[in-house]
Write a protein that binds this ligand. Structure first.
Ligand SMILES: [Zn+2]
Length: 130
């Protein structure tokens, strides 16, 4: 629980919470490299000067994978598709939600939707067709 805008203490769970409430953001260094929390250092250039930037509304599925036999933690969610979506400055990995699995394809426009795993009750990052 924090009102801080500092990126130092933003873990991935906090990031999901923020994404759910205010919309997702990514971290950008002074050289324009994007990354996602939890990061304290730019993975591209090592910059420590990261600031929060609002995530583009939609991204595009670059690659995906359908899981029929999941790990126990996601048992109740299967089958499901996990995709990597390109949001421009950053790539986001999430579970594809709100669409029939047969409709998931490369190039599909998606937006971030924080969802809750049916199995664990934990927040997970979902990608919903835009
Ligand atoms: Zn950088």
């Amino acid at each position: 629980m924090s009102d801080s805008n500092g990126v130092e203490d933003a873990g991935f769970d906090e990031w999901l919470e923020a994404a759910e409430e205010d919309g997702a953001y990514y971290l950008e260094c002074e050289n324009g490299h994007g990354s996602l929390p939890p990061r304290r250092v730019c993975p591209d250039c090592g910059s420590l000067d990261l600031s929060k930037v609002e995530m583009p509304e939609t991204g595009e599925i670059e690659t995906f994978n359908v899981t029929h036999v999941p790990t126990p933690a996601f048992e109740e969610d299967a089958p499901y598709a996990t995709a990597i979506a390109n949001f421009g400055p950053v790539r986001v990995t999430g579970q594809v939600v709100g669409v029939d699995l047969s409709a998931v394809e490369t190039g599909l426009d998606v937006e971030i939707q924080v969802t809750v795993s049916e199995t664990t009750g934990e927040r997970v990052l979902g990608l919903r067709p835009a």
